[in-house]
Design a protein around this ligand. Structure first.
Ligand SMILES: Cc1cc2nc3c(=O)[nH]c(=O)nc-3n(C[C@H](O)[C@H](O)[C@H](O)COP(=O)(O)O)c2cc1C
Length: 154
């Protein structure tokens, strides 16, 4: 088996938390993409990173100084995760009534919302590593985070 195949199978043993990264591009159009690659970096300064495929629609709008929100999904939001990770469902991404699109788009009923400003974008082959400085966070008290393991939601 190839290094890549072994690596893929090893990574499928991880339990991922599922989030939607949302933003507005420079023309004010809202974007959203399902991500599992969110990792906190530090508390001082409060910061996180997320890895974004260069082929995704949202990629080029993630520029230094621009804002985004990480919406951590709860177990009732599997459909939204599917919508924001399916090219064919692109036009449905903001149908949910819980989106607040006034400024940086965020899902009002998500498990948590972490609002960031982009400090750094580093290219790594097929992906960009986006570093965000945290400007504000909200969370729900009850913890029922949507997770993904071995290609299935749990
Ligand atoms: C559970 C899950 C996690 C994902 N995590 C990431 C991720 O961290 N980064 C990424 O670029 N794509 C990730 N994807 C894939 C994108 O959501 C998917 O390719 C999406 O359709 C790309 O957006 P676009 O259709 O607007 O181009 C993930 C998909 C799923 C189902």
């Amino acid at each position: 088996m190839s290094i890549q195949d072994n690596f893929r199978l090893a990574m499928r043993r991880y339990v991922y938390s599922v989030s939607i990264l949302s933003n507005k591009d420079s023309d004010g159009n809202s974007n959203a993409i399902t991500v599992s690659s969110v990792t906190s970096i530090s508390m001082d300064p409060p910061s996180l990173l997320v890895c974004i495929n260069k082929n995704s629609r949202i990629h080029n709008s993630l520029t230094v100084g621009s804002k985004f929100c990480i919406n951590l999904l709860n177990k009732d939001q599997e459909d939204l995760s599917n919508i924001c990770s399916d090219d064919d469902k692109y036009d449905q991404r903001f149908n949910d009534k819980n989106w607040n699109l006034d400024d940086v788009p965020f899902l009002a009923n998500a498990q948590s919302n972490i609002f960031c400003s982009i400090e750094n974008v580093t290219s790594f082959h097929t992906h960009s590593i986006i570093v965000g400085l945290v400007e504000d966070s909200k969370y729900k008290n009850e913890i029922k985070t949507l997770t993904y393991v071995d290609g299935e939601y749990s």
